[in-house]
Design a protein around this ligand. Structure first.
Ligand SMILES: C[S@@+](CC[C@H](N)C(=O)[O-])C[C@H]1O[C@@H](n2cnc3c(N)ncnc32)[C@H](O)[C@@H]1O
Length: 221
C-alpha cells in the first residue's frame, strides 16, 4: 500500500488505485474492499470510472481536496462521485443527474454519505439550480451528449470560483459518430480556448475508455 503524493486521498494497492472508505463495510458498485493497518479502502475500478482511468493514465492536476466544494454534472448512480466523496470527506459534492432512475440510487447513496447532495436537474439548464448551491472549487462533467462542452462552460461561468478548476470527460461519439475522435477532441478544445478557458492538461482514456478525452481547464483571465 502506498499513498500517491500528488493526489489527496488516493492510494496505490498492487496495480490498482483506491480511496479510504468513508462508509465502513459498504460497497457502492461491487468494488473490492481491502483492509490495511486498521483502515478500509475501496478499490477504484478504472474501467468503471473515467476519473479513475485518467489517474491511471498519469493525470497530473488533481483539484479535489478534503474540504473541496464540487459541482458534479452527470452523476448517474454515483460510482465516481462515491470516490470523490471518500476524498472530499469534509467538503460538499452537488451531484446533478436528470434520470429519475439513477437519481433513486444517488439519493440512497446520499443517505450514507453526507457530503453528497443529489440534484434532480438538467445540466443544460444550470440557472434552474442557482438557488440550490454556492460557488465551487471544481466542476466535474461527465454528461455524454452532443452539447457537452457548451453545458460544461455554462456551468463553469455560473458556479466556478475565479481560481477554480474544471474537468470534462469528452465522449467523441456522443458529439458526432461520423467524425474521427481526434478531430472532435481538437474541435472541443478549440471551443474552450476561444470562449475564455485555458487548457491545462489533456488525458486520453484508452485503454479504459474508447474515444474519450479528459480535459482539465480554468478561466483564462
Ligand atoms: C456516463 S454517465 C455518468 C457516469 C458517472 N459520471 C460516473 O463516473 O459514475 C452520464 C450520465 O449523465 C446523465 N445525463 C445526460 N444528460 C444529462 C443532463 N442534461 N443533465 C443531467 N444529467 C444528464 C445520464 O443520465 C447519465 O447518468
Amino acid at each position: 500500500m502506498e499513498k500517491l503524493e500528488k493526489f489527496t486521498g488516493i492510494y496505490k494497492i498492487e496495480d490498482h488505485i483506491a480511496t479510504e472508505n468513508l462508509n465502513i463495510g459498504c460497497k457502492v458498485y461491487g468494488e473490492r474492499l481491502v483492509e490495511f493497518e486498521g483502515k478500509e479502502f475501496r478499490i477504484w475500478e478504472s474501467r468503471r470510472s473515467k476519473l479513475g482511468a485518467a489517474i491511471m493514465n498519469g493525470m497530473k492536476i488533481f483539484p479535489f481536496k478534503t474540504d473541496s466544494k464540487i459541482l458534479y454534472l452527470g452523476a448517474s448512480s454515483g460510482t465516481t462521485p462515491s470516490h470523490i466523496s471518500d476524498i472530499a470527506y469534509n467538503g460538499i459534492i452537488w451531484c446533478v443527474e436528470f434520470s429519475p432512475k439513477m437519481m433513486r440510487s444517488l439519493v440512497e447513496l446520499s443517505r450514507e454519505r453526507k457530503n453528497i447532495i443529489p440534484l434532480l436537474e438538467d445540466a443544460t439548464k444550470p440557472r434552474n439550480y442557482l438557488h440550490l448551491l454556492e460557488k465551487v472549487d471544481s466542476i466535474y462533467s461527465d454528461v455524454a451528449q452532443s452539447k457537452q462542452s457548451e453545458l460544461f462552460m455554462e456551468n463553469m461561468r455560473l458556479y466556478l470560483k475565479p481560481e477554480g478548476i474544471g474537468i470534462i470527460m469528452i465522449k467523441s461519439r456522443s458529439i458526432d459518430v461520423t467524425q474521427s475522435p481526434k478531430k472532435i477532441f481538437s474541435q472541443e478544445e478549440k471551443k474552450l480556448k476561444t470562449r475564455g478557458f485555458k487548457v491545462l492538461e489533456k488525458i486520453n482514456l484508452e485503454p479504459y475508455e474508447k474515444d474519450h478525452l479528459a480535459i482539465i481547464c480554468k478561466f483564462a483571465f
